[in-house]
Design a protein around this ligand. Structure first.
Ligand code: ADP
Length: 248
């Protein structure tokens, strides 16, 4: 595996009761790029994403991350290696402030225990980094708001900040624009572009104009297999891709 490739899947496959939801999928995600996984409904995107993030165990195939075989590792272990899955709303504590949410994510990353007598001091020590992260995602002026007071788009920005607190080498985003208002889509697109600097991003996304704007590389899945690969201009001009989308 070339060191240029941070995440590699080889012949990744999973069978559900005799049905191959993902079959012999090869993926090579280059370091420092934004890579999108797209395809019509039922193509196997979510299943593939869950295989890569270790929420599902493959029937066959191998996955390597950053030079290590992670085929048999679990989600917590791969997070330790720097591969972090985002957009799990539950990762945000709704009744804590924005700043507290980021500080707690930082504290978790440093492996600190939640010893009550130490907690205040260690949280305060993490404040400068928390403020940096809030600045990076544009939430500085919301630092004292409760997370559940934020708009949907700003909640996503907070989730990105809590993910960045884990210092990921690679972020995996599951439909970052799902349920988002139009004005928030532009803001989160810009934010993803900003936080991608020096990191690798793999996202499953339905909004093709977002995919066109952000992606360096795209893998198109259809019926559990790779149908096409390349930049947006290449895959969107592919007659088989057009046919797969029209057929749904
Ligand atoms: P996409 O995300 O591209 O819409 P999915 O990965 O959700 O596609 O699903 C791919 C196919 O696998 C679909 O036909 C779906 O019905 C099937 N599938 C997904 N998960 C399961 C499961 N747990 N059991 C049986 N079939 C499943």
């Amino acid at each position: 595996m070339s060191s240029d490739i941070i995440l590699q899947a080889e012949k990744l496959s999973i069978q559900f009761k005799g049905f191959w939801a993902v079959k012999d999928v090869d993926l090579n995600i280059r370091r420092g790029t934004i890579h999108a996984l797209i395809g019509p409904n039922g193509a196997g995107k979510t299943t593939c994403f869950n295989l890569l993030t270790k929420f599902l165990i493959p029937t066959s195939g191998k996955i390597h991350f950053d030079g290590q075989d992670i085929t048999r590792k679990g989600p917590a272990e791969i997070a330790q290696l720097g591969m972090v899955r985002s957009f799990q709303i539950s990762a945000v504590f709704p009744s804590l402030s924005v700043l507290e949410n980021v500080t707690i994510a930082l504290q978790r990353n440093r492996g600190n225990s939640f010893d009550f007598w130490k907690r205040d001091t260690s949280l305060r020590a993490l404040n400068p980094r928390a403020e940096e992260l809030l600045e990076e995602v544009g939430l500085t002026s919301y630092r004292n708001h409760l997370a559940n007071e934020l708009s949907y788009g700003r909640k996503r920005a907070l989730e990105i900040a809590t993910t960045l607190a884990l210092e990921p080498k690679m972020m995996l985003l599951d439909e970052p624009m799902a349920g988002m208002a139009v004005e928030d889509i532009d803001r989160i697109t810009e934010l993803i572009r900003r936080v991608s600097k020096g990191r690798t991003i793999l996202m499953v996304e339905h909004n093709l104009s977002v995919v066109a704007t952000l992606s360096d590389q795209i893998t198109v899945l259809a019926r559990g297999q790779v149908l096409a690969e390349g930049d947006y201009a290449t895959v969107s001009a592919n007659p088989q891709v057009l046919e797969a989308y029209m057929g749904t």
